[in-house]
Design a protein around this ligand. Structure first.
Ligand code: PEP
Ligand code: MG
Length: 590
């Protein structure tokens, strides 16, 4: 099946969403605008180059006018149209145009290089001005220059939603805004140069059951559109232009994997309890409403984490209170009589709001993210809180605050929720006055004071993705430090134990909704530490249920007693592996 004489290339990355897929590659421009190549011109080429530049300006202008027209037809507000007008103005800016032409002429360089040089000067100029409004305009200029650059290089800004043929998408980077637009069936799988196991792009891939490998570093340079590619999202193996015999091997593996998935449905209607009768509630994580069917199909007993930020992505305005109510009502009605835990907006980190032009931060993961953003943008926060409260009149909704790092934040968030309750009461709008309030424990400071936090909430949920990021100091989207993502790290285990002990002592529910919850070997430990709820993607539910049904709570506790005395992640892993075969074995690779 290998295409002609094309070279076979084997690559190894981080498998973030299991499953095997074989298909044609489609390379997308994402994440980086290729650095403008420097090119020295002959004097005869200069006029040509200027013409190329002015053509790219014209193309950019036509594109913006088309977008503006569409917005007007769609009845978009004046504010959005004003942004396009501002971009159109920048395109006419004499400084930008004349200076670029001047650089092309005087320095005899290509248009891309000249434009980048001018952009650098303009940005330096704006950076010196102490005026927020003007600083934001500098971002507008960068935006528009990128559009001109793409047009100069003859590329289109592609949307994943426009993909016509079923393909394996390859990109330097994909944002959660991209993955949120992916449609299973059209996007067969995806590969990126960058990324880590718990980046939101990876999490979305697992939710949508699209095989994916990230952190491949150079896949955008090695693969070409149209190449045949094998993606093994379980092992992180990628084969470009494979031979026919290798394709046959992977076809058989794919079949085995799919049969394994089907066989797991045996567990769907069986209770999730240990051999000695400890019940563990297995819930689903969701980003978009389309995931509910699959979660129900796999037997999720509620939603343990509704990542509501996806309501805000891929749109030009902010969701209204009515839109919040509608979305949450839909979810809670579908999941009834099971509960739905709605996490308030967790924007920042690797998810950005296009509507807000959020300031660029050097360390976004440690910046104005999640609850910090909401407590600074109270109007936006209150719209969501009112939406959650109003939806709570229709079923079992719980509210959960992300990224809490101390008691003040928790108390301020609770006070705002109370304020919203008062307002709704005065307006005669129904809501559940006893709505349960919980927090995510994902910042080490919150974990350390878990004994205090548990006194003021009804439940806690450990967000291990961020908890690992912050406690082990590993950027969750950085492929270079992905090897340090070690849920078995003794520090991680001790932190989880501290939090679970605090919740158990206070008699409140403690769940884990990070990616650790969906892996049987980690779920075993979480069970032993006394976690009573696990929330995960659809596919993991039955795998974890199978593990829990194959062990006693007493045995899990004994295992945990042993592992807390071990010194390294490797020692813990070896110990768990020595215990697992007797309990349980994932047989699909054998
Ligand atoms: C977590 O941090 O573990 C978590 C579940 O939240 P998110 O992955 O959305 O940051
Ligand atoms: Mg988190």
């Amino acid at each position: 099946m290998g295409d002609g004489k094309k070279q076979v290339i084997l690559m190894k990355g981080i498998g973030v969403s299991s499953g095997i897929v074989i298909g044609r590659a489609y390379l997308m421009e994402r994440g980086i605008i290729e650095p403008a190549q420097f090119c020295y011109l002959d004097s005869a080429e200069i006029e040509n180059e200027i013409e190329r530049f002015t053509n790219a300006l014209k193309t950019s202008r036509d594109q913006l006018l088309r977008i503006k027209k569409k917005m007007e037809q769609d009845g978009k507000g004046k504010e959005h149209i004003r942004i396009i007008d501002a971009h159109l103005m920048i395109l006419k800016d004499n400084m930008l145009i004349n200076d670029t032409i001047k650089v092309i002429k005087e320095e005899r360089v290509n248009a891309e290089w000249a434009l980048k040089t001018v952009l650098k000067d303009v940005k330096e100029y704006f950076d010196k001005i102490d005026d927020e409004y003007l600083k934001e305009r500098s971002m507008d200029i960068e935006h528009i220059v990128n559009r001109v650059l793409i047009n100069l290089m003859g590329r289109k800004h592609e949307s994943i939603a426009d993909l016509k043929n079923p393909s394996i998408v390859i990109a330097h980077d994909l944002a959660p805004t991209d993955t949120a637009q992916m449609v299973k069936g059209t996007v067969l799988g995806f590969l990126t140069d960058v990324g880590g196991r718990t980046s939101h792009t990876a999490i979305m891939a697992r939710s949508l059951e699209i095989p994916a490998v990230v952190g491949l570093e150079t896949v955008t340079r090695k693969a070409e559109t149209g190449d045949i590619i094998i993606v093994d999202g379980t092992t992180g193996t990628v084969i470009i232009n494979p031979s026919e015999s290798v394709v046959e091997v992977y076809k058989r593996r794919k079949e085995r994997y799919e049969n394994y998935g089907k066989a797991l449905f045996h567990y769907k209607d069986l209770p999730c309890e240990t051999m000695d009768g400890r019940r563990v509630r297995l819930m689903g994580n969701m980003e978009i409403v389309e995931e509910i069917d699959s979660l129900i199909e796999h037997g999720a007993e509620g939603i343990g984490l509704y990542r509501t930020e996806f309501l805000y992505l891929n749109r030009k305005d902010l969701p209204t209170e009515e839109e919040h109510v509608k979305a949450y009502k839909q979810v809670v009605k579908r999941m009834a009589p099971n509960p739905v835990i709605i996490r308030t907006l967790d924007i920042g980190g690797d998810k950005f709001l296009a509507q807000m032009e959020m300031a660029k931060e050097i360390n976004p993961a440690m910046g104005l993210r999640a609850i910090r953003f909401c407590l600074k943008n109270i109007d936006i926060f209150k719209i969501q809180l009112r939406g959650i409260l109003r939806a709570s009149a229709n079923g079992k909704i719980r509210v959960m605050f992300p990224m809490i790092s101390g008691m003040e934040e928790l108390r301020r968030a609770k006070a705002l929720l109370e304020q919203c309750m008062e307002e709704l009461k005065a307006e005669g709008k129904p809501f559940d006055p006893n709505i349960e309030i919980g927090v995510m424990i994902e910042v080490p400071s919150a974990a350390i004071i878990a004994d205090l936090i548990v006194k003021e909430v009804s439940f806690i949920s450990i967000g291990t993705n961020d908890l690992l990021q912050y406690s082990l100091a590993i950027d969750r989207v950085n492929e270079h430090v992905a090897y340090l993502y070690e849920p078995f790290h003794p520090a991680v285990l001790r932190i989880i134990k501290t939090v679970a002990d605090a919740a158990n002592k206070a008699g409140i529910s403690v769940s884990v909704c990070g990616e650790m919850a969906g892996e049987p070997e980690y779920a075993l430990i979480l069970l032993g530490f006394g976690v009573d709820q696990l929330s995960m993607n659809a596919f993991s539910i039955l795998r974890v249920k199978r593990l829990i049904r194959s062990i006693s709570y007493a045995e899990a506790k004994k295992i945990c007693k042993q592992i807390v005395s071990l010194a390294t992640a490797k020692e813990v892993e070896n110990y768990i592996n020595s215990k697992l075969p007797g309990l349980y074995k994932e047989e699909f690779w054998s």
